[in-house]
Design a protein around this ligand. Structure first.
Ligand code: GAL
Length: 675
């Protein structure tokens, strides 16, 4: 039985959404007429309007000018183009900052930022939050029943440039937030371990945001500050959404930013009607960029797994903010768009429709280039993709159905990446290393937080799960006991949610699952590695190694040199009805980590249905209308897949494919699979 299809993003637009940010306020009205004509030519069905339009909508305090926006929406509607309407709050106008100087953000060094760019507000500013909610409410009041509208785009990339503030208001807010979290000062002193370095607080008023300190700041304080700031940014979203909801029930989202460090999107998920995000993979690393994008797509899907998601922004050609904004070669934008679809997106949108003539993004190409569309390679690709997506309506609502999950945790990242450790850890890189192997094996992955219900998964990877609280640990243990499988990476189970070390041996509350405890660590300098083996095959270790005592675990491999020679490197343990694996060091080579992963996959009977050549992504969507197989060559050389157990008709060219299917660089096939 295929899973039930996910609900439509909005039944009023039951197709794949196609379009992007549209900023008509930058252009005279005669250009708008040309814009809608071109949108129709390209098969665009959705425009995201008004993201940065605050100063045009409210040019002076309390003085609103909606006339131009009325005309824009009417024009779009007259041409059958639907609208995802922004609340226009992303950047307060200069008058606002003038009126509310305290709303401008203050850095940890005490520097107050000012307007003249964008996003100049403190996440803690009540004045900003109220003004944003007021504008959002005015927009909703006026446009809730406009026939073009299908969704709300709340704010824009919350916390992209300013994710924290150290001003007075933010500091006061932090104290209140801490009171709610800890209740009493004694509890806070205890949770923060302030007996260390004489940091004990004798009144709430003494507590500051973690500003510049002479030496390492209190890690528990820094962690709570990250939680506070993530909550503040969510509060802005909520305040705007509440104002919108007084007038409109249309679905709402805000554009997320993948594994954006400051914002714990898992805690945002319940407030989003659907998730959306802005994907800007590194342009010069074609394959690495695609793997990173796949990871981030899956993470976005995990924020709101019960709904389809939308690729809210991508670059059609290049960006102007990378070290080198390389132009996507022909076909690459299309391939990356299909990749988003393959990972469950029901909308493919761009930043932005028409390239700005002025401003700091004038060299970031939109769909319509400065030179116009005639003879434009980019425009040709945009039109081709629009025509194709219009024929792929049966994909809508189908979803990924995966048996493997990776545990991802923002608080874990915040703790793991703090200074004060014998070694520095790059959490996204550790997650990506595991993800990449699964990607190369054609195994679809869901991203889930540590507290998630894992019952649906046959196997769960948890790389560097440094921070784990008792409740989440209990769920993980219960999952393994009940027959699940956990592959735990090194440097896991080290601290609780307040950065206090677990006593009795790492990985603390997870030690029972792996049947072993870690006694001590060895941080290795960059040019050092120790030989080891797993299952009789060499596996050298670099960066990090651990001295482990087994407590029932079976040893699958050991260190062969250095102070840990002869001690376990890889462990496997039966716990309850399930299994756990542990790796007590970081393999030097991706291939060695990969082999460890392969062995685990094999033991769980997890094998890709399709044998793919190098750099080919294989992904499935399943739903009411069938099973859809996406094949995408992200490499720069011809590749192939071998279809044996599966064959299918390509929704794009109508032909049937089976056996050896060649794939040119950037080539895509979307097969409706049959046996
Ligand atoms: C996004 C942002 C857009 C635009 C784009 C350029 O981060 O939401 O407004 O700036 O980047 O790549």
């Amino acid at each position: 039985m295929p899973p039930r299809p996910l609900p439509l993003l909005n039944p009023a637009l039951p197709v794949i959404w196609y379009g992007g940010d549209y900023n008509p306020e930058q252009w005279p009205e005669e250009v708008w007429i040309e814009d809608v004509r071109l949108m129709k030519e390209a098969g665009i069905n959705l425009a995201t309007v008004g993201v940065f339009a605050w100063s045009r909508l409210e040019p002076r305090p309390g003085e609103f000018d909606f006339g131009w926006l009325d005309r824009v929406l009417d024009l779009l509607h007259a041409h059958g183009i639907r609208v995802c309407l922004a609340t226009a709050t992303a950047s307060p106008p200069p008058w606002f900052v003038h009126r509310h100087p305290e709303s401008a953000p203050v850095t940890a060094e005490g520097v107050r930022l000012t307007y003249g760019s964008r996003q100049c507000y403190s996440p803690a500013s009540r004045a900003y939050r109220e003004a944003a909610a007021t504008l959002a409410g005015r927009m909703a009041e006026r446009y809730a029943r406009h026939p073009a509208l299908v969704a709300w785009h709340i704010n824009n990339e919350l916390g992209c440039h300013v994710a924290e503030c150290h001003g007075e208001e933010s500091t006061r807010g932090f104290r209140e937030w801490l009171r709610r979290r800890h209740g009493t000062l004694d509890a806070l002193n205890d949770a923060w371990g302030t007996a260390f370095w004489s940091q004990g607080y004798s009144s709430w008023e003494e507590i500051n945001t973690p500003r510049r300190t002479p030496y390492l700041p209190n890690g528990a304080q820094a962690l709570d500050f990250r939680r506070y700031c993530s909550d503040l940014l969510l509060d802005i979203y909520r305040a705007e959404l509440a104002a919108v909801r007084r007038h409109s029930e249309l679905p709402a989202t805000t554009n997320l930013m993948g594994f954006h460090r400051p914002t714990d999107y898992f805690s945002w998920g319940p407030d989003l009607d659907f998730a959306s995000w802005d994907a800007y993979p590194e342009p010069h690393d074609t394959l690495g960029g695609a793997i990173w994008a796949g990871f981030s797509h899956d993470l976005t899907r995990g924020v709101r797994p019960d709904r389809p998601w939308v690729l809210m922004e991508q670059a059609v050609a290049s960006t102007n903010w990378n070290a080198c904004g390389m132009t996507k070669p022909p076909g690459r934008m299309r391939a990356l768009s299909y990749q988003a679809l393959a990972h469950g997106a029901d909308g493919i949108l761009f930043f932005q429709f028409r390239t700005s003539r002025y401003g700091m993004e004038k060299f970031l190409p939109g769909l319509v280039p400065h030179g116009g569309t005639k003879g434009s390679r980019v425009w040709g690709e945009v039109c081709r993709l629009g025509a194709e997506l219009a024929r792929l309506g049966e994909l809508v609502g189908s979803q990924a159905a995966n048996q493997v999950a990776i545990l991802v945790s923002w608080p874990n990242r915040w703790g793991l990446e703090q200074a004060g450790k014998p070694q520095a850890f790059d959490y996204p890189a550790e997650l990506l290393a595991v993800y990449e192997r699964l990607w190369r094996r054609g195994i679809g992955v869901d991203m889930v937080p540590p507290g998630a219900n894992l019952a649906a998964y046959s196997l769960v990877f948890a790389p560097c799960l440094y921070q784990i609280g008792e409740a989440d640990a209990a769920r993980l243990l219960a999952y393994v006991e009940g027959g699940g499988a956990l592959a735990l990476g090194w440097f896991s189970g080290v601290v609780d949610e307040s950065e206090r070390a677990h006593l009795g041996g790492y990985p603390g509350p997870l030690a029972a699952a792996i049947g072993a405890v870690v006694e001590e660590w060895h941080a290795l300098p960059p040019n050092r590695e120790w030989a080891g083996e797993i299952g009789g095959r060499p596996c050298a270790v670099r960066h990090w190694a651990e001295a482990v005592h087994t407590r029932g675990a079976e040893v699958l491999g050991s260190f062969r040199e250095g102070p840990l020679a002869g001690r376990p490197l890889a462990l496997r343990h039966r716990h309850g009805r399930g299994l756990a694996w542990y790796l007590a060091g970081k393999p030097s080579a991706a291939e060695d980590l990969g082999r460890w992963i392969d062995c685990i996959l094999e033991e769980r009977g997890l094998r890709a249905e399709i044998a793919a050549g190098p750099d080919v992504e294989v992904a499935w969507r399943v739903g009411g209308h069938g099973r859809f197989l996406f094949l995408i060559n992200h490499g720069e050389a011809p590749s192939h897949v071998r279809l044996h157990a599966v064959e299918g008709a390509d929704l794009l060219d109508g032909k049937r494919y089976r056996g050896n299917v060649p794939l040119q660089p950037a080539e895509v096939r979307v097969l409706r699979a049959g046996a």
